[in-house]
Design a protein around this ligand. Structure first.
Ligand code: GAL
Length: 639
């Protein structure tokens, strides 16, 4: 499959007389896909039951007739105002008990049965109308689950659904009390209907209660998505997809992904650098107008796993956005670079947000490919250049990486529930491992704890994996030559208790965690030979040999057979050392990269991606500022 380009378009924002010319210009610019419809419920159904689809019929026909393939969105992220009159209790409620009011978007609670039925109703109407329309080539369900902090809701609907979920999970109130340890502080319950949502408590609620609520909240997203999938499946044969986000971790994307055909995500590199990433000021300044060199790739690789190999970028930043604290413009070349980087990681489609900048409402300061007055914005030329490059390189076939990271959403929920130290964060830990692997020039795959492929990787990194069972330990040990655990791996059971066998609870590894300490950001513990641990440090004992030692003589890394266990959150130098040691053990060849330069291997090409604002010389080749060198394997070739 050759990679293609697309764009997000809102025909309901523009006079109908503009549609045909827009469509023709999209095609001229090298775009082949167009996503529409995902926020247009008030135009599809202006009053309850009063359907108005003729405008959408004409929009699809106009775009399709120009040769574009349409992704049609279900509009369920934006329930119209009348919906609230029908279902006054459908709003999500925040942790302080305040309703999330009408007037923007995503103002619904995933647990509200009445709203869910409205969603399946409108989805069925759309599926029956467009499911076999030859121009509709994919469906997007809803828009960005979890955006604006909307996964977790403390509404009456959520309370009722949670109590039922607990009864299904635990069977009897006694087993719930035992599992959660409710004897502590006399928190025992007599009945499931006494259990409240874990907000507004005097001090911390029981972490087992919170973790159960986090699992429940994730399951509600999975069920909400599946309800629409079940309606659409019999009505269409084209792929169903959803657009996920960066570092939104409140629901298990692997589980949502199992019900869909393609994972897509929305990539806003410059916005993420300023509002979603821990990094020092020098780093944020160096990449201010390019975005972080690993953040996009991390999500490309993660969502490739979520989509079981099939994934797109659904929304690509084309210029300044409107939502970060500061919104600089991309440096020349970056829109093309981000697009080609996505393709290097296997994107089937890269689609830009949005076609023309809106002249009204919340996002009027958000750039598009055209200005509000219909002139080309700077990104349009880069889109055309990207289309030319894609035409020249043809298919980009992916290869399995030698290294994988195990990513586990439940570990994020667990460690957010009881962080123990302010600097300890699951995403941050995993991202630091990913960054280090990329600094070593490696391509990385992701795997989920529920789906470990057998015999497939040289190394798997599973830092911070909260819950480990014998079965998962066995699968991991069998699937690769080296598994790296820790810190905080195997530290709790499913019900948030310290395992009876102790931590990390690994059967094939003679090591125990005797003590845990957390440190403020300005303090670190040095490792003999270089590098240090930050934020989180464990005191290990046991006969598994020490591979690295802290300056105070305690273990920093232990290793036994194919299992290694790390005692702290490594700084960059410590990660680099560990990766060198792991590469020596497993025969993985490293390609150390200069700052801001990254490489990605595919079957026929090596992509070398320069996020720096200056050219970089590497391996005898100069890679231009904000540029990508695409080399055919064996025959060096200029981009
Ligand atoms: C995304 C969203 C779009 C638009 C965009 C602006 O999160 O899906 O609808 O709001 O951000 O950057």
């Amino acid at each position: 499959m050759k990679p293609e380009l697309g764009v997000c378009y809102y025909p309901e924002h523009w006079p109908e007389a503009m549609w045909a010319e827009d469509a023709a210009r999209m095609v001229e610019s090298g775009l082949t896909w167009v996503r529409i419809g995902e926020f247009a419920w008030s135009r599809m159904e202006p009053k309850p039951g009063e359907l108005c689809f003729d405008w959408l019929d004409r929009a699809i026909e106009t775009l399709g007739a120009a040769g574009l393939k349409v992704v049609l969105g279900t509009p369920t992220a934006t329930p119209p105002r009348w919906m609230l009159e029908k279902h006054p209790d459908m709003l999500a409620v925040d942790a302080l008990g305040q309703p999330r009011k009408f007037g923007s978007r995503r103002h619904y609670c995933f647990s509200h049965r009445g709203y869910m039925q409205e969603c399946t109703r409108i989805t069925r109407i759309m599926g029956e109308r467009y499911g076999r329309n030859s121009h509709v080539a994919a469906w997007q369900i809803d828009n960005e689950y979890g955006c604006h902090d909307t996964t977790i809701s403390y509404s009456p609907a959520a309370l009722q659904a949670f109590q039922q979920w607990l009864a299904d999970q635990y069977g009897s109130i006694d087993s719930l009390n035992k599992a959660w340890g409710n004897v502590f502080w006399s928190m025992d319950y007599d009945r499931f209907d006494q259990i409240d949502l874990p907000n507004l408590t005097v001090t911390d609620p029981n972490p087992a209660h919170v973790l159960a609520f986090r699992r429940f909240s994730s399951d509600q997203v999975v069920a909400f998505n599946k309800a629409q999938v079940d309606v659409l499946r019999p009505l269409t044969d084209v792929p169903l997809l959803h657009n996920y986000m960066a570092r939104i971790l409140e629901f298990d994307h692997f589980k949502v992904g199992q019900d869909l055909d393609i994972a897509t995500w929305d990539s806003y590199p410059i916005g993420f650098l300023s509002d979603r990433l821990e990094a020092d000021e020098a780093h944020k300044t160096a990449f201010l107008q390019q975005g972080d060199p690993d953040m996009q790739a991390f999500h490309h690789d993660l969502y490739r796993a979520v989509g079981r190999g099939r994934w797109w970028v659904m929304e690509q930043q084309p210029g300044p956005v409107n939502w970060a604290p500061y919104n600089p413009a991309p440096l020349p070349g970056m829109v093309r670079l981000w697009s080609l980087e996505a393709v290097a990681h296997g994107a089937e489609v890269v689609s830009y947000f949005r076609w023309r900048q809106a002249a009204f409402a919340q996002e009027q300061m958000h750039a598009g490919l055209l200005t509000p007055s219909n002139r080309p914005a700077p990104a349009l030329t880069e889109v055309q250049q990207t289309a030319e490059t894609l035409a020249a390189i043809g298919e980009v076939v992916q290869e399995k990486a030698e290294v994988a990271i195990l990513f586990d959403y439940a570990s994020e929920w667990a460690w957010a529930t009881q962080p123990q130290g302010a600097g300890f964060d699951y995403f941050r830990l995993v991202f630091s491992a990913y960054r280090a692997l990329r600094r070593a020039g490696l391509s990385v795959d992701f795997v989920s704890a529920n789906d470990i492929p057998s015999n497939s990787y040289k190394m798997i990194f599973a830092p911070g994996l909260a819950t480990l069972g014998d079965e998962l330990e066995r699968q991991l040990a069998e699937s690769c030559d080296l598994v790296l655990f820790g810190p905080r791996s195997g530290a709790i059971t499913h019900d948030f208790r310290i395992p009876e066998t102790g931590r990390p609870g690994l059967t094939g590894f003679h090591c125990e965690v005797d003590l845990v300490e957390t440190l403020p950001p300005n303090v670190q513990r040095e490792v003999i030979g270089g590098g240090a641990a930050l934020h989180w440090i464990e005191r290990l004992s046991g006969t598994a040999p020490d591979l690295l030692t802290f300056v105070d003589g305690t273990s920093a890394l232990k290793g036994e057979n194919s299992l290694w266990y790390l005692a702290g959150f490594p700084d960059e130098l410590l990660w680099d050392r560990i990766i060198e040691m792991a590469a020596l053990k497993t025969g993985v060849v490293l390609h150390p990269m200069p700052m801001g330069l990254r490489r990605r291997e595919t079957a026929r090409y090596t992509f070398v991606i320069n996020y720096n604002a200056t050219p970089v010389e590497w391996n005898g080749q100069v890679i231009g500022a904000c540029n990508v060198a695409i080399r055919k394997k064996d025959t060096p070739e200029e981009d």
